[in-house]
Design a protein around this ligand. Structure first.
Ligand SMILES: Nc1ncnc2c1ncn2[C@@H]1O[C@H](COP(=O)(O)OP(=O)(O)OP(=O)(O)O)[C@@H](O)[C@H]1O
Ligand SMILES: [Mg+2]
Length: 270
């Protein structure tokens, strides 16, 4: 007899709250007098893909770089996968960066090396210097091949990276990021060099990784409809401040237009 059949009250299943893996609070970044980010808050939770929008110069790349300790933080806190980025212990920067997978617009593969070796280099994060020739274990190779299979290009494993199309190279870069077993993925304009069809397929892959592996993905984009179609949430920056932060289901292109409006004439040197 089940508990319910016996008349016992069965508590409704409670969904455990997912704690953010990334928490940014009141972040200010300035280069001399130039304030690039001001009062920025950001949360990234396991399993979600967050689209980062904003005009050129609004601070998207700076916000991403702040998560891996590359920019001078003058106020606020940045926590990433348990690391207090503004107050890292000795050696903490390397561990932090090994926990953060990164994907770039220009892929940043090593063109003459094979696709498989490029993926294997992801295992070097946090490992210190490793001999590139014969320096990887067979377990690493098996894992790299599994990842290439997952991103749909295992058949290219032995080819030099330079022989692949842009969309294929971005898939290699994503497999390389996964090879380091990241806790968070940052993708700064990962589809800006790809045609619309490939852009959609790369964003679907990133979102699938977020959903299936529970890895939050922060992806900066310049195309609104891609953000609305593929993101779970949008964070929109305007002149270094968060102007929009909402689930995509509650947004449309009109709601995002303010991110791209010209500054008031008063703010310009005429
Ligand atoms: N190292 C630096 N020194 C001085 N200023 C910087 C530095 N890095 C960025 N900036 C300035 O910070 C502002 C934001 O730059 P950022 O690269 O974050 O913008 P973005 O939103 O990524 O733009 P884009 O869409 O063109 O990539 C710009 O005005 C830029 O000139
Ligand atoms: Mg940028």
């Amino acid at each position: 007899m089940t508990l319910a059949a016996a008349g016992t009250t069965v508590p409704a299943a409670t969904v455990p709250p997912t704690l953010p893996l990334v928490t940014v609070r009141d972040l200010r970044v300035a280069y001399d007098e130039h304030v690039v980010l001001d009062g920025v808050d950001l949360d990234l939770r396991p399993g979600e893909m967050v689209a980062l929008l904003g005009a050129s110069g609004s601070g998207k790349s700076t916000l991403m770089r702040s998560l891996t300790g590359f920019v001078p933080v003058s106020r606020g806190s940045v926590r990433v996968a348990g690391h207090d980025v503004t107050n890292l212990p000795r050696g903490g920067l390397r561990t932090l960066r090994s926990d953060v997978g990164q994907v770039f617009q220009q892929f940043h593969l090593i063109p003459r090396l094979s696709v498989l070796t490029n993926v294997l280099t992801g295992a070097l994060h946090g490992a210190g210097p490793v001999n590139l020739v014969g320096g990887f274990s067979s377990a690493h190779r098996v894992r790299a091949l599994q990842l290439l299979d997952r991103v749909g290009i295992a058949h290219k494993a032995e080819e030099p990276a330079r022989s692949l199309s842009g969309g294929q190279q971005q898939r290699v870069a994503i497999a390389r990021a996964l090879m380091q077993q990241p806790k968070v993925i940052l993708a700064d304009e990962p589809v800006a060099s790809l045609d619309p069809k490939l852009a959609g397929s790369v964003l679907r892959l990133l979102r699938q990784i977020a959903t299936e592996d529970g890895i939050p993905v922060l992806v900066s984009l310049h195309v609104l409809h891609l953000a609305l179609e593929h993101g779970d949430r949008v964070v929109g920056l305007r002149q270094g401040r968060v102007l929009v932060s909402a689930p995509t289901a509650r947004l449309d292109a009109a709601a995002l237009a303010g991110l791209y409006e010209e500054e008031d004439d008063d703010d310009h040197d005429l």
